[in-house]
Design a binder for this molecule. Structure first.
Ligand code: ATP
Length: 339
């Protein structure tokens, strides 16, 4: 079994009346890449700062490796073996790339460490430049090299792509993630972007109002959200009334296989929009009342005979015009139930 590298046990942090982090518990295995995903103001940065040692918890324990670093004892940030990449990279403008990366490293072996870290991020040739002579992406790699140079056990990334042009973002994400994976370091990435969290991380922890609502693989969270809020936060969702019997759940858009172990009776059913196929049918039960062309797919809103509106997402080669009557054809995919 993978040893645990980070553990938070019932950690809380208040700022006056605000409970920024509220009894949060979370574990990361050694070498795991976890994304902490949640809306603005939910406490993500505070949780990261508690791990790094820039804040002290009011309650709870913080472990890094097999050592308690906060809670009864206090280990200062410089002794936690944690590297951090900030949103604005926080590079020293008056120092060269090499000196930025070497800042704070022990003198013995410093030059070799700097060379190694710049090699890891593919910037070996740019050690003598100053930060303002680099592109945004190169500056970010310098910040990563600086975080990796002391060979930390853990790297914390706080919304590292928020200042990057959206066109470049996805290739930069992949590049940074593959550098981090190659080092085998444990990574905690803070983001409010679901796509970023899902595409990069081994596991995602969902945070709301200071609490960790759910942690799991992207698939577990997308198809098996713990709450209705989680369902709606990580993607478009139809949440419909349904009735469960004999392993099937009946809804007004069709019948779906139910997850195992749920008690029969009335339920709320999460049906993701890609599970609802539309077929043009003059006698169909629905009418397309909204249609958004998104390139690789089209997002529809369909009003049913009883006034309920559901959404459907279909490949754009199946395009259906606005105002047309349609029949709904559910796919036998995964649905989640809420009681
Ligand atoms: P964002 O995605 O917008 O950066 P976040 O999820 O990282 O948000 P935090 O920055 O951790 O959220 O803030 C959580 C809550 O704690 C917010 O209500 C914030 O206003 C409050 N807060 C954070 N730091 C302080 C502080 N030093 N003093 C007072 N309140 C604070």
């Amino acid at each position: 079994m993978t040893p645990t590298m980070i553990r938070l046990e019932g950690v809380s942090k208040r700022f006056g009346a605000v409970r920024a982090v509220d009894e949060a518990s979370l574990e990361l295995g050694k070498g795991e890449f976890l994304a902490l995903l949640g809306p603005s103001g939910c406490g993500k940065t505070t949780l990261l700062r508690l791990l790094a040692g820039f804040e002290a918890p009011d309650e709870g324990l913080v472990w890094i490796g097999d050592q308690i670093v906060a809670g009864g004892v206090w280990v200062p940030p410089e002794r936690r073996h944690v590297g951090m990449v900030f949103q604005d990279y926080a590079l020293f403008p008056h120092l060269t790339v090499s000196r930025n990366v070497g800042y704070g490293l022990p003198r013995g072996g410093r030059a070799a460490r700097v060379r190694e870290a710049l090699g890891l991020v593919g910037l070996s040739a740019l050690g003598d430049r100053y930060p303002d002579e680099l592109s945004g992406g190169q500056q970010q790699r310098v910040a990563l090299a600086r975080a990796l140079a002391p060979e930390p056990a853990v790297v914390l990334l706080d919304e590292p792509w928020s200042n990057i042009d959206p066109v470049l973002r996805s290739s930069m994400r992949e590049e940074l993630a593959s550098i981090l994976r190659a080092t085998g370091v444990t990574v905690l990435l803070v983001t409010h972007e679901q796509e970023e969290a899902f595409s990069l991380a081994d596991r995602v922890a969902l945070m709301r109002d200071g609490a960790i609502v759910q942690a799991g693989t992207p698939e577990e969270i997308y198809y098996g959200p713990a709450t209705r809020w989680a369902a709606e936060f990580v993607g478009a969702a139809n949440v419909l009334p349904g009735r469960l019997a004999d392993g099937l759940v009946e809804t007004l858009v069709g019948r779906f296989p139910a997850p195992n172990g749920d008690a029969p009776g009335d339920v709320q059913v999460l049906v993701r929009p890609e599970l609802l196929e539309l077929a043009v049918d003059p006698d169909g039960d629905g009418e397309v009342i909204c249609r958004e062309f998104r390139g690789h797919d089209v997002f529809y809103r369909v009003r049913l005979a009883d006034g309920t509106t559901v959404c459907s997402q279909r490949p754009s080669n199946e395009s259906i015009p606005l105002g047309v009557r349609v029949a709904l054809r559910p796919h036998a995919g995964r649905v989640a139930l809420f009681h």
